[in-house]
Design a protein around this ligand. Structure first.
Ligand SMILES: [Zn+2]
Length: 232
């Protein structure tokens, strides 16, 4: 990376996130309102519509790449000027290495690092807002007393008696709901554009094999990314 950072262009990446199963991204209890549940989902404070925060999406894309390339727990020692692996650390990658060695630090920004010379994080992940068609669909639920979401009740089965206990009421966005995916990739002079594109693309394909939001290992948050479009 040269010291003279010059922005060449932005690549805009748009698409549709389709929830193949119910999606749950938790909000705060303070927002608990009429017809509230134990665990509300996150909503826009103004229009009250569910959305996928850019931070959740970015964090998930990043962590999937970290697992895929074995970058979890990598750090940088400024005194020895080298990257090292801290096996006991579960922290995001902060190795500060270039794109050749680390797919994460340049694109997403190194974790807890100041004074690195990778330049600004290349990927901007915007909040994914509800699509217009889903807005209309979910409005119908409001008529049924639900706030653009479904409430799913879950129990723990007592292993000895077989009886359901501790019912919890989890709010989630119903399956079939769609959100507008919107990313912007900044390409600076000297950046390997093809490599950056392929890492972003790979993060999105890993996302579809994994899950978004909470409770993914028990069925929530299976998403598909459709109509992906890259433009400059
Ligand atoms: Zn790294």
């Amino acid at each position: 990376m040269t010291t003279q950072l010059k922005l060449k262009k932005y690549i805009s990446i748009n698409g549709t996130i389709v929830c193949k199963t119910g999606l749950r991204i938790g909000g705060s209890k303070e927002e608990l309102e009429i017809g509230g549940t134990d665990s509300p989902i996150i909503r826009d404070p103004v229009d009250k519509l569910p959305y996928i925060p850019g931070s959740s999406l970015k964090g998930k894309m990043r962590s999937l790449l970290e697992y895929h390339y074995g970058r979890v727990g990598w750090k940088y020692d400024p005194r020895k000027r080298r990257a090292y692996h801290d096996k006991m650390s579960g922290e995001p990658c902060g190795c500060q290495q270039s794109l050749d060695e680390c797919p994460v630090c340049t694109i997403f920004g190194p974790h807890k690092a100041s004074g690195h010379n990778l330049g600004p994080s290349r990927l901007i992940v915007r909040d994914a807002v509800l699509s217009d068609s889903s807005k209309a669909e979910l409005e119908k639920l409001t008529g049924e007393g639900l706030q653009q979401a479904e409430v799913k009740t879950e129990n723990v089965i007592n292993r000895r008696t077989g009886v359901a206990e501790h019912p919890r009421h989890m709010e989630r966005v119903p399956k079939g709901t769609t959100f507008n995916l919107n990313l912007s990739l900044r390409i600076f002079e000297g950046d390997d554009e093809q490599k950056m594109r392929s890492y972003v693309d790979e993060a999105l394909s890993l996302l579809q094999k994994d899950y978004l939001g909470g409770s993914g290992t028990r069925g929530y948050g299976w998403v598909e990314v459709k109509e992906l479009n890259w433009s400059e």
